[in-house]
Design a protein around this ligand. Structure first.
Ligand code: NAP
Length: 516
């Protein structure tokens, strides 16, 4: 296929392809689109058609989407390399991660069979003779699901959200980040062309988000992924403050990996920790919301950990993602490179530089003017003295090694992230991780624990598994996504239906308990 950047990415709205009427040389444009018509078409035409199907039938549609994406996979890889600068293994995280997530929801959704309603718990009598009772039901919200997505996952970012929305029967309007809208737009185009969804179930708007939230009504939901600053702007919009639409936010995060005191150098878990830190720094050039930003080690193991991580980082071959010898491609843009170099400089005001691949690096097939940045490991021996390392997310191949005195201090330092997506724990003793896992659960959407017995089977600190919750409290945005069928909750409204026992019993027709 022709991999030159298209001159203008068309938008798919109200069941039609339309170009915005902005500057025609522009890569994307959403100017001049009839957003009212687009939202009305999705709500009034696509929504009822989707909800006329059962959960099982909608799950089949997800399986058909999987088949369509698989058929065009090679093109997606080419777009990812051209637009995001990723090597094939990193494109896989985004593209195959999306396909796996959709297939998982196709299977989970099939288990809901021919239901049209989800039940939340058993009938509870409200009268002594049980003649009057209550049952809680979940019904799909009759609005649209608007996704405003980040640049780093143009594929997975769409489908990890759309899987839950479409399974729930809620039409999707996606506004991808401008920098990487190409892959999202192409995937929507392929799925629309395959014709398996009712018209208007999936729309894409490439370009500015202006005016989108003005159309959001009380039964619509918005799912935002991006920076905490943009999230704060969005939350203040009347769509949420006045019309009380719901918003799910996945924002930035200072994720930690904690080496427990028993995991001394020379033990298998120490090596596992070192591998994981180096891998998390370099996968997708560190442009992953779940990447390890703070690697915490007992202060007595600080030097050994620094040397071992640096040794692995030195093997990273940075450069043009099309060159087969390259293991880490570029950042997504020169603007991101500037932001990452600024971030490193900020962290260096309080942290020492333990490894800087940029000092000696000759990028392969790329020069100093490219968007390449080599891995940088910073260090703060006395973690408690730091401020910036605990609150500055540098969205690139950068992490800080943080020393701690005892496990209580490690827990306190992890909490200084003010709420993160994930923390990982490494110990040679599975049960030694129980106390820190529970102590850190309130501040993290996911706790990932590793001992030697799961060295080969563990799914990775930064990999988001559709079976597990994704999101995090506080600074991470307070959102919840995925987690198996828990994902459906956001796209439903829960109501308590109370009445005569016969009515409450009748609610179970064409209904199934939402599995916990
Ligand atoms: P961003 O600048 O906040 O942009 C995110 C999205 O919001 C883009 O689609 C952007 O559109 C749009 N946007 C920007 N300003 C807006 C406004 N005033 N009103 C409405 N929409 C607006 O974030 P980013 O730089 O793309 O993404 C990087 C950040 O995302 C990192 O901090 C990372 O940690 C976070 N992230 C989190 C997760 C997670 O799951 N928790 C996943 C991935 C990334 P334009 O592109 O057109 O400006």
């Amino acid at each position: 296929m022709d991999m030159r950047t298209p001159a203008l990415l068309e938008n798919y709205l109200a069941g039609q392809w339309v170009a915005g009427n902005g500057d025609t040389l522009a890569y994307v444009s959403s100017a001049g689109l009839d957003l009212d018509a687009a939202f009305a078409f999705a709500r009034e035409t696509a929504g009822p058609a989707l909800r006329a199907m059962t959960y099982g039938e909608r799950a089949q549609r997800l399986a058909q989407i999987v088949a369509t994406l698989q058929a065009n996979r090679d093109d997606y890889y080419a777009i990812a390399t051209a637009n995001s600068g990723t090597v094939a293994a990193d494109s896989a995280v985004d593209i195959d991660g999306a396909i796996y997530t959709l297939s998982t929801y196709a299977k989970l959704g099939a288990s809901l069979g021919d239901a049209h309603t989800l039940l939340d718990g058993a009938t509870v009598p409200l009268a002594k003779d049980a003649s009057f009772a209550v049952r809680h039901v979940f019904r799909p919200t009759p609005g649209v699901a608007l996704f405003i997505n980040a640049f780093n996952f143009p594929s997975w970012g769409l489908w990890e959200k759309a899987a839950g929305a479409l399974l729930a029967g809620v039409p999707v309007i996606v506004k991808p980040a401008t920098a990487t809208a190409w892959l999202t737009q192409r995937m929507v185009a392929d799925v629309v062309a395959a014709g398996m969804l009712p018209p208007g179930s999936l729309s894409v708007i490439c370009g500015s988000a202006a005016g989108l939230l003005d159309r959001i009504g009380p039964f619509d939901v918005v799912s935002f992924t991006g920076s905490a600053d943009t999230a704060a702007t969005l939350r203040a919009h009347p769509a949420f403050t006045q019309r009380a639409a719901r918003i799910n936010v996945e924002a930035d995060s200072l994720n930690s990996a904690v080496l427990l005191p028993d995991a001394r150098p020379g033990t298998p878990v120490f090596d596992q920790f070192v591998r994981e830190v180096a891998r998390e720094m370099t996968v997708k050039s560190g442009q992953k919301c779940t990447a390890i930003r703070r690697a915490m080690v007992p202060v007595e193991h600080f030097d050994a950990a620094a040397a071992a991580i640096a040794e692995r980082l030195a093997k990273t071959v940075v450069g043009n993602p099309r060159n087969a010898s390259v293991t880490m491609g570029s950042l997504v843009s020169l603007a991101q490179k500037r932001a990452v170099l600024d971030g490193i400089a900020q962290l260096q005001t309080e942290a020492e530089t333990l490894y800087d691949g940029n000092r000696e690096a000759a990028f392969v097939d790329a020069d100093a003017n490219s968007a390449c940045v080599a891995p940088v490991l910073l260090g703060l021996r006395d973690g408690a003295t730091g401020k910036r390392v605990h609150d500055t997310e540098v969205f690139g191949p950068v992490a800080t090694l943080v020393g701690y005195r005892d496990l209580d201090e490690a827990v306190a330092l992890a909490e200084r992230g003010q709420g993160s997506l994930v923390v990982s724990l490494y110990s040679n003793d599975a049960l030694a991780m129980r106390a820190p896992a529970l102590a850190l659960a309130h501040a993290h959407g996911r706790v990932h624990a590793v001992d030697a017995s799961v060295a080969k089977t563990q799914t990775g600190h930064g990999n988001v598994m559709p079976q597990s919750l994704h999101g995090g409290p506080g600074r991470a945005g307070g959102g919840e996504e995925l987690g198996g069928l828990r994902a459906l909750r956001f796209y439903h409204v829960r109501a308590a239906v109370q009445g005569p026992a016969a009515l409450v019993e009748a609610l179970t027709q064409n209904a199934v308990e939402l599995p916990k």
